[in-house]
Every structure is written in C-alpha cells, then in structure tokens.
Design a protein around this ligand. Structure first.
Ligand code: TRP
Ligand code: ZN
Length: 849
C-alpha cells in the first residue's frame, strides 16, 4: 500500500537525475507469490545532473541482496526507495528482490490476471518491480531474461535466445522504465505481418487466452492500417522486428504503449460481430492506433517528467483522431469528439478538479490521466495546426522528430519547433497549457451598409488556484451565408488574441447569417444570442457539418431548458426542421443519427447551473422523456420508412456505411418502442445476428419495461463471455428508472458474476450508476451511499480505479442543499477511511475543495 502522507510534487522543482543509466539487465524467476527479480545496472555520473545522491525508487519490494561492483552493500531503505554510497566514477549496481504478483490487486507493477503474468508500469509502477530511478528522463537499453514454466514469455524489443522454460529479449531503443513490459502465460497468438515503407518485414501478433483467438482479426487489421497510416501521413516507420499486443482481462485503463509489447484491456482489443457493437469496433480501432502511434510520440520521443504528460498524450490523441477521421469520415468524428469533450472535459474544467493541460503540481500522477490532459491536450494541437496551417504543421512535426528523437522532452521543446518553422511568437498561445478552465466566448453581430461585423469578448472564470485569467489565442473559424442559403464568405480563420476584438466583412449585398466556430475550432463555450429562426436556418443550410449539428443541438438544448424551467411545450419548429433532415436520404445516415442525439442529462444540469437555476435531476429526466415521446408521436408515419431505409442486407461489417445505417435504425427503434410497447424491439432482439442490433433492442426493451425474458436469454447465452456480460451488467444500471437505479446496482453486486476486483465489471455497475444522472442523484441519496461504500471497499485493493471513479461526485456543488449535504457526507466518509490510498485521498480532498 502506498504511503498516504500527502506530499506535493512541483514542476518548478525539476532537476536532472545525478546518474546516467548505461545499460540494464533483468532476470525474472517467476513464481506467483515469490518472484525473484535480479538486476544488473551500469551507472555513470551524469554531467548534467550535479546531485550525486544515489537514490533508487522501490515500493513493496523485499531486498534479498545488493552489491556495487561486486561488493555487497547495505543500503538505507525507506518506504519509497533506497539510498547508498557510490563510487565517484561509473559502477555496476546489482540487486535481487522478491515480489508477489499474485497478491498485487492494484494492477500496477507485475501482477497476475487469470493465471497470466503481466505488467503495468506507467506512470510509476516499475518501482514495484525492482529498485530503479523510475522517472521518464532516465532512459536505457534493456536486456531481459524470463524464467518460468509458461509457453509464452514476452518482453520489449526483439526476441533473443530461448529454451525450455526461459526466453531472452533485447530492446535496442533506450527507453524509460515506464515503458517496460513483461508477459508470461498460456497464450495463443493471432499472427500477422507488415512490410514497412523501407521494405523491412515485421512480425505481428495479438496474444490472447485460448478461446479468444476468434476475436483478433479486426484488431490485427486495425494495427496494419495504423502502421501504414503513420508512414503515409507522418512519415514514421516501425523500428523493431516484432510488434506484440497482449489482451488482459484485469486492467485499470484502456491500453498501454510499452515498447514493442502493447498491453491491452481485453475490452479494447477483442472484437467479433456477435459480441461487439459498432461503437466497440470503432473504439478498438482508435485505441490500437493510439497505442501504436505512441511508438513515435511517447516512446522514441518521451516526456522529461510527468508534468509533460500532454506532450505525448495530447499529441497522440490528436493523431488517433486524424486517423479515425481518415478511416471513417470527418463530420461524425468531429461531432463525437466535441460531445465527448463537453460531457467529460468541460465538467472537469469547470469544477473542483480543474487543472491546466500541463499541471504544475500533483500528489499522485495517476490522478492526472484526465480528459483535460488527453482531450483538451488534443484540442490544443488542433488549434496550433489551424493557426499555422497544414504545411507548417507538417514541417514543424518533422523537425520535432528530427531534433528530439531519443530524448525526453518538454512542452517548450514542442512549441519551439513551431516557432522555428513559422517565426511566430507562441508565448501567448502557451497559455493553453498553463491556464485551466473553459474560456467563454461571447459574440454580438452588427450589419450596416454592406459591412458585417462580429464583436467578440472572452473571459475564463476562476478555477482552483487560478483567480486571474489572461486572454488566450482563439482560432475562430467563421463562414457567412446569404439569406437564400448560399455561402457568401467561405470558412475564414479569425485569430482572436485580446479580451475584446472586432472583425469585419465588407462588400456584402445583404445581412448574412454567420456560422461561427466552424468545426469547433476552439474548445470554448460560445455564447451567442441567436434567434430560433437563425438556428433553424443554420440547421437547414450550414455547409459546415459540425455547425449544422450544433444548430440542432442548441435548439434541442434551449427547447429542453424551456420545458424544464417554464413547463414549455416541445419546440415544433425545431422538430420540423429535423424532420426535413431525416427525410433527406442524400444525407449520410450516420450524420442523421447524430442529429437525433439529445443533450445528456448532465449537460443539461450544467446548462441550468450556468443560467443560475439549481438543476432538479428528476425534472431533467422527465423533460427528456416527454420530448422523446412527443417526437416519436409526431414522426410516427416517418419511422417505418426510415427503418426500412436503414436495413442492412449485406453480411455484417463494422464499416462507416453499415455503422451509419445501424445507428440511425437503432435511433428509429427507440422511437418506435415508445409507440408499440416493445414489439419491434422484441422482433429485432430475436432476429439480431450481431451485438449492435441485439444490444439496442435489449436497451429498448428495458426502457419499455418488457425485458425480463430478454435479459434472461441474454444472460444464458453470454454468461461465459466476460465482455458481453459487462454489457449485461452495465445496461441494467444505466437504463434503470431513476427510483430503481441504486437498488438495481445493489442487486447486481449480489449476482455471482459480480467480480468487484475486476475493473471492467466494477465500472460496468458503478460507472453506469454514476452515468445514470437522475438515478444516481435520486432523492434520498441511496446512489451516493452505495457508491461511497464500494469505493471505500475497492480502495484497499485498487487505489487507481477507485480514485478515478471518485469523479462521479465532482459536480456536487451544482445541486440543491439536500443533495450537496448528502454528497459531502459521502465524500467525507471516503476521506475519513483509515489507511486510504494517496490516490483517493488526493481526489476527495480536491473535490471537497
Ligand atoms: N499511456 C496509456 C495510454 O494513454 C495510459 C495508461 C494505460 C495508463 N495504463 C495506465 C496511465 C495506467 C496510468 C496508469 O495509452
Ligand atoms: Zn496514450
């Protein structure tokens, strides 16, 4: 267990390590509760690191022996590591430690999952494997020998010699310890091959437990596409003879980019049409790409320290979003990314957990693998690219790879290559990395004598630790439409740098309608007093698909807010506009399906809060239900025709064309269910030959209250498939009626298949409870209490997953006094738990504020 004493680490305190690691040799003698790790490490003094204090990180290690240059030493040992006197020049450190992978439930360091050994070292897990300077700026070449009775023994780099019960690996590329990986087990592989742009053949493998080999083909194709794409778009070639991916069932996050040996949560790699939804396929393709792309952005060029995490994560998320755009189409990818940003990053940025894309202090780095670092970090790259242009972006990135290959870098290094290629001064732009909070951008418009002007003002509300905000550089893309719908000014980039700024368009023959923040060109909240007519016009005519979607989304949101606060009737003008789109079969079905999306409950709660209204979760839920029913009735005669149009007759494929049809078809099914009580859903459930159709039908039946038989049938059919059973657990909680959600979650924790130590299963139940807004916040607070009980229980086993899930409480201050008191209570109960982990302590302390 980690030491709970809060110690804060500061970016400003960075100093280089006093030693260079020349070479690392590791030997693992595997045994479930007594694995021996032997290390032989060559150190020399670091001319750039003046501090000669020889400290090695190490946690939960039993030191068996240690020597320097062959002479036994007795280091001074603390809970965080060890210290030792060392010679003035180069020396060889040797140590043997014992660890217990089987009892390692934190899933960090070397642990066991279903009988297989695996590792997770990012961010600071290597120190639970052996004594080492566990910091990303210490890079070295690793040679690894694994001894164990397992048929498959894997580590980073290229395979070396092997024999019965042992295997050696050598990774020629210097890397930080967080990229170390080891896997041992009874695994089977799905093989593949890739020829790189310079003609080198690379052996590819996806390793899984026997029985899962039929779920690897899609991942393998995604990997090959990613490798090709990185060559074609970024000129990056793979650099080892082999690339291995391993699927593990117990994993805290999605996946990990260990050099040459990516380790994946099985939910992020295993796929088959019968067991995975279209959304699963898309996510898997994106995560495989993401981890693969880290080979250059993260591994070949890594981070100097963990404050620079966005250097690899923001850039790699940006790269995987470009990849998905190329594979599946720009419009829907952008819409999905913006929804995701608003649902996950905005609440973080506007609540007690708000932090800059590059934080300046932390207690537990694991708590900073956040939507802000990842998703806002990617938005920042997107803005930079917009500002400098595609060509300069390509040049700057090429310079980055050239200049920094093999180094551990900072955001300053990253921005410098852009300054050097463009001659631009990016000091103001850099505020995107240091200033937290979501900027609000207000705009007002004016037209006179052929001149149209837009007056913008920006402010960023105070966030924890940052009261005064400076203006940021905002790239604002704008297009102007004439009243008949023609584009009179095509997309133009306005560069806002001041708190207030005015932009003019001259020579217009009539007052235009402006399409502002096209493509969501900056991650801000746009405040615009736009009439319903103007929005309806943009919904009908905007040539920018994002702004077209956004116009519909804003109409939906404002209509819902009026329903919630004034008991208004649904906005029929908006529905009629939407209907025109739905009927337009020239429009991509996927885009039409996104147009059916309504703002989420939490998003509406935030919108009310911003307007000074205390959100009532039940009222939000009721308004959404009323609107969905109203819409279904109003479009009753359109639905059968849409259902027909979206039917897929070809064999299942998770490609953009079919995915769009199924998305729209399933949207239609949910509307039909409101009219027919579940008859169409039952039919779809019974006949579905793929999970996308089956799960949507099950969801519709749950909504209709007609799912008992279907839930039983689903359980019986899929009870031996962990990933499908996660869906079974999750859906029942996510879709439970508000008054039943906590009860439902509790009942499922008593199900024999509820394995609370498995993060996927824990999240299936409790992530879904937190996501069921009206259910989690249902009066009385049973949801809060249940979640707190289980977080307290999980913390003793798995601090990382516990701490992440505390974010369910982050928006507690926007609710009424009663709910606030109950949430504060739950948080204080967690905070007061004896021996609470450092991870969870930091999270609840920050949330309580
Ligand atoms: N670097 C991983 C990624 O973004 C993230 C990750 C995987 C991680 N496992 C982790 C981060 C455990 C912290 C702890 O691809
Ligand atoms: Zn990543």
């Amino acid at each position: 267990m980690k030491d709970a004493a809060p110690q804060t680490i500061y970016l400003s305190d960075y100093t280089p390590y006093g030693f260079v690691v020349e070479e690392v040799h590791l030997t693992f003698r595997l045994s479930p509760t007594a694995t021996r790790v032997l290390s032989r490490i060559r150190f020399s003094p670091n001319p750039e690191g003046p501090d000669r204090d020889f400290f090695l990180h190490g946690e939960d290690l039993a030191l068996i022996s240690a020597s320097i240059d062959g002479t036994p030493v007795q280091p001074e040992i603390t809970p965080q590591g060890l210290r030792c006197d060392v010679p003035d020049g180069p020396f060889v450190w040797e140590a043997e430690v014992e660890i217990s992978p089987e009892t390692n439930t934190a899933l960090e360091g070397l642990y066991m999952s279903n009988g297989m050994y695996c590792t997770q070292c990012e961010a600071e897990g290597f120190r639970k494997i052996t004594y080492y300077p566990d910091r990303p700026d210490v890079m070295s070449v690793f040679t690894v020998r694994i001894e164990g009775p397992h048929p498959v023994l894997l580590s980073n780099g290229n395979p070396g010699a092997s024999g019965d019960g042992w295997a050696e690996w050598h990774d020629p590329w210097p890397k930080p310890a967080y990229l170390f990986a080891l896997v041992a087990g009874d695994l089977v592989n799905h093989p593949g091959q890739f020829t790189t742009m310079s003609g080198k053949k690379v052996e590819l493998n996806i390793w899984v437990r026997p029985g899962d080999e039929g779920k690897c083909a899609f991942g393998m194709e995604a990997l090959k596409k990613s490798m090709r794409w990185d060559e074609e778009v970024y000129g990056r070639e793979y650099d080892l003879d082999i690339f291995n991916i391993v699927a593990v069932d117990d994993f805290n996050m999605g996946a990990m980019e260990n050099k040459g040996l990516n380790i994946f949560n099985s939910s992020a790699v295993l796929a088959s049409p019968e067991t995975s939804t279209d959304a699963n396929f898309e996510r898997i393709e994106a995560i495989i790409a993401h981890e693969y792309f880290h080979n250059w952005t993260g591994n070949r060029i890594t981070c100097r320290d963990w404050f620079q995490l966005c250097l690899k994560e923001g850039l790699t998320v940006y790269r995987d979003s470009q990849f998905t755009t190329d594979m599946r189409g720009a419009a829907v990818k952008r819409i999905n990314d913006v929804s995701d940003l608003r649902n996950r990053q905005f609440p973080e940025d506007q609540g007690p957990l708000s932090h800059p894309v590059r934080p300046e202090s932390f207690q537990e780095i694991n708590n900073f693998y956040t939507a802000t670092v990842y998703e806002k970090g990617a938005e920042v790259i997107g803005m930079l690219k917009r500002l400098v242009g595609d060509e300069a972006y390509a040049k700057a990135v090429a310079l980055y790879f050239d200049r920094h290959d093999g180094q551990a870098c900072t955001i300053e290094d990253w921005l410098q290559v852009f300054e050097d290629t463009t001659g631009r001064d990016l000091s103001q732009f850099k505020r995107w990395y240091s200033q937290s909070g979501t900027p609000r951008l207000r705009v007002s418009e004016h037209y006179e004598d052929g001149t149209y002007s837009l007056q913008f003002s920006q402010t960023t509300p105070p966030t924890p630790g940052q009261n005064d905000k400076q203006p940021q550089v905002l790239p604002i893309e704008v297009g102007l439409l004439s009243p008949n719908g023609d584009e009179v000014v095509p997309t133009t980039l306005l560069e806002m740098t001041k708190a207030e700024q005015r932009f003019e368009f001259t020579g217009l023959s009539s007052k235009p309608v402006a399409s502002i923040l096209r493509g969501f060109s900056a991650p801000v909240v746009l405040e615009r007093d736009s009439s319903r007519e103007e929005r309806a016009f943009l919904l009908a005519h905007d040539t920018d698909p994002f702004c077209r979607w956004e116009a519909g989304n804003a109409l939906a949101r404002d209509g819902l807010l009026a329903m919630i606060t004034d008991g208004a009737a649904p906005d029929t003008a908006w529905l009629d506009g939407l209907e025109t789109l739905l009927r337009d079969s020239a429009l991509d079905p996927d885009f039409r399906a996104s147009m059916l999306d309504l703002p989420g409950q939490s998003e509406l709660a935030q919108a009310l809060h911003e307007r000074g209204v205390t959100p009532d979760p039940q009222a939000i839920y009721d308004a959404l239900e009323r609107l969905k029913m109203f819409r279904a009735e109003r479009w009753a005669d359109l639905l059968p025709q849409l259902a027909k149009e979206t039917r897929v007759t070809e064999p299942y494929a998770p490609d953009a064309d079919q995915v769009g049809k199924r998305a729209l078809g399933n949207g239609v099914l949910h509307m039909l269910t409101r009219l027919d009580g579940g008859a169409a859903a039952q039919k779809q459930f019974d006949s579905a030959d793929n999970m996308t159709l089956q799960l949507a039908a099950l969801a519709a039946l749950i909504w209709a209250g007609e799912a008992d038989a279907a839930l039983r049938a689903f359980h019986d059919r899929w009870q031996h498939d962990r990933l499908v059973m996660d869906k079974w657990f999750g859906l029942q909680v996510a879709l439970a009626r508000p008054d039943r959600a906590a009860e439902q979650a509790k009942a499922l924790t008593e199900h024999p298949k509820f394995d609370w130590k498995n993060p996927n299963r824990f999240r299936a139940v409790f992530g879904s409870l937190a996501a069921n807004h009206a259910g989690f916040h249902y009066e009385g607070g049973a949801g809060y209490d249940l979640l707190a009980d289980w977080l307290i229980r999980l913390d003793a086993k798995n601090p990382q997953t516990t701490a992440r899930m505390c974010a369910a409480f982050q928006a507690w201050r926007r609710y009424d006094d009663g709910r606030q008191a109950r949430m504060r209570n739950a948080l204080q109960r967690i905070a007061g738990t004896p021996a609470l982990s450092r991870d969870t302590t930091e999270m609840v302390t920050r949330i309580l504020g």
